[in-house]
Write a protein that binds this ligand. Structure first.
Ligand code: GUN
Ligand code: FE
Length: 427
């Protein structure tokens, strides 16, 4: 494949597993047909003919995967952080999302989002649109043009939502979903649909049941929110008195596991039964530390999830989180885990920066396939990071420089190049 076989040279760092982190100074990373052929100290003779780009002492790391972000909320990122989840949704989020009924507004909002995501540290993302089909298709067109790999969802919501942002009936919501799926089927190379019930409070049982059927028929993945906030959890108990935990309100309708993958954002307060359900169904927890702090939602027990073998990835959850910067999400995951250790539970250690980096790369990457490492056989998603502007009189190891980049990306760091499945992304 033209343009998709080449060699990069630089200071390489990546995980090969949850516990094994590798660094190599002045190493060679080889891309053949969009996949990694491995990382080498000396360039093997068989790759000597490939074009080589020497990035000097820049860091070369795997791309970062944002597995939970709301595109239509990007316009109010960094403001309106004064309320908790349910009031925040009603006061700020639903009014903003309703504007995406207007394609002229959607064009403006989604152009900015797609542009900024293209230039960010994110190589793959799992994205919420709104309930509107034309706007969501416009978002998919915009994301396709970035070259990033994404999943995008038309949001389903048919109850407890304002009239101006609600599918009128479960059947209307399902019909809109089917029509959207027909429209986008086969339309893109990089952009795929994902079923997106907003969360149990805004989705009737009939709607959940219908989405479960679509999932069973199509094998499409699913994304939603789970056990984010204490008032939300109480509300779900009232709405679904038949359920033994919030997670069951999805599982009951076949929305966890089975023939496709599911992402549940947050899981800050999952009960032991719910955690076991997440594990048994292979559901991904999208850990969104910045959003959990700013919406005063709570601190997810990520160490516990890792110990129990629950899949975990990292999300920015813009606009619950303010920043699309996934290095910031890595640093926030470490910070939040330390607060959990200090304030909640000293039985389990906090996360190290390498573990948080693993969550952002391989942890969430496996949702997309063989993604999240520079090791041989993985899709070639890579970032080249010039950290020469983060000044210090000290000599730092490659590992220390990556750690520093997580905290200081925006203070002297520069993204020098970005690749997704071997394709260079324009910055
Ligand atoms: N739960 C339901 N909708 C949302 C949303 O838009 N953001 C967050 N953080 N949680 C939600
Ligand atoms: Fe969210």
């Amino acid at each position: 494949m033209e343009g998709k076989s080449f060699v990069l040279k630089g200071d390489v760092c990546y995980n090969v597993s949850q516990t094994e982190f590798r660094t190599l100074e002045a190493g060679y990373v080889v891309c053949v047909d969009g996949a990694s052929a491995g990382v080498f100290e000396e360039l093997p003779e068989r790759y000597a003919q490939l074009p080589l780009r020497d990035f000097g002492h820049a860091l070369i790391v795997p791309g970062l995967n944002d597995i939970h972000v709301h595109a239509p909320q990007y316009g109010f990122r960094g403001i309106a952080m004064d309320l908790e989840l349910l009031d925040w949704l009603n006061t700020y989020t639903f009014p903003e999302e309703s504007k995406y009924a207007d394609l002229a507004y959607a064009e403006k909002g989604y152009s900015i989002f797609a542009d900024d995501l293209q230039r960010s540290f994110t190589t793959r993302a799992v994205v919420f649109g709104t309930m509107h089909v034309p706007g969501t298709e416009l978002l998919m067109d915009k994301l396709e043009a970035t070259g990033l790999k994404t999943y995008v969802g038309k949001v389903n919501m048919d109850r407890n939502s304002p009239d101006y942002l609600s599918d009128q009936t479960a059947e209307a919501s399902l019909e809109a979903t089917r029509s959207w799926l027909a429209d986008v089927s086969g339309r893109y190379q990089n952009t795929l649909p994902i079923l997106t019930p907003r969360f149990t409070p805004t989705c009737s049982d009939e709607l959940m049941e219908g989405l479960g059927k679509i999932k069973a028929e199509t094998g499409l993945p699913v994304q939603s929110h789970l056990s984010e906030n204490l008032s939300e959890i109480d509300w779900v108990k009232g709405l679904c008195p038949w359920s033994s935990c919030y997670g069951q309100t999805y599982d009951h309708f076949g929305l966890l596991g089975g023939n496709s993958k599911t992402i549940m954002a947050h899981c800050n307060y999952s009960t032991p039964e719910e955690v076991e359900l997440l594990r048994a169904t292979g559901t991904y927890v999208a850990h969104c530390p910045q959003s959990n702090a700013f919406l005063s939602s709570g601190i997810a027990p990520i160490r516990d999830y890792l110990c129990r073998g629950v899949n975990v990835g990292l999300g920015t959850d813009v606009a619950g989180g303010a920043s699309l910067n996934m290095f910031r999400a890595v640093a926030d995951a470490v910070g939040c885990s330390k607060l959990r250790w200090r304030c909640v539970d000293q039985e389990l250690p906090s996360l190290t920066i390498q573990e948080a980096f693993w969550i952002a790369t391989l942890g969430g990457g496996s949702f997309f396939g063989k993604v999240g490492s520079l090791d041989e056989g993985f899709d070639f998603d890579a970032l080249v990071l010039d950290d020469s502007g983060i000044r210090s009189p000290r000599e730092l190891s490659v590992e220390q420089r990556l750690e520093r980049y997580c905290y200081l990306a925006d203070e002297g760091g520069r993204l020098a190049a970005k690749f997704v499945a071997g394709k260079e992304i324009e910055l």
